[in-house]
Design a protein. Structure first.
Length: 116
């Protein structure tokens, strides 16, 4: 059974930091591209950051220079370090494992709220 479990969300003040984790099981983690997505109320889910099997990364323009995605193949886990958080970063953050249209999996999401 495939499981992706996000953790690390919460309430943080503007300018603060959070680190999200996504622990996976039931997949051969190193052969999956991994991504973090987010969905704010009333908006579509959007890609925040992704890391390929080879470690190449890409980021949404809105988070470049503030967020860092990293994967640990030994721990079957992907991380998202979020710095200089803004109120517009408030959303539910989802982890995704991707190996093509027929092999992709989502986590249940973790809430991130940036507010004073």
């Amino acid at each position: 059974q495939v499981q992706l479990v996000e953790s690390g969300g919460g309430l943080v003040q503007p300018g603060g930091s959070l680190k999200l984790s996504c622990a996976t099981s039931g997949i051969i983690f190193p052969i999956y591209a991994m991504g973090w997505f987010r969905q704010a109320p009333g908006k579509q889910r959007e890609l925040v950051a992704a890391v390929s099997t080879g470690g190449n990364t890409n980021y949404a323009d809105s988070v470049k220079g503030r967020f860092t995605i990293d994967r640990d193949n030994a721990k079957n886990t992907v991380y998202l370090q979020m710095n200089s958080l803004k109120p517009e970063d408030t959303a539910v953050y989802y982890c995704r494992a991707d190996r093509g249209p027929l092999r992709n999996y989502w986590g249940q999401g973790t809430q991130v709220t940036v507010s004073s």
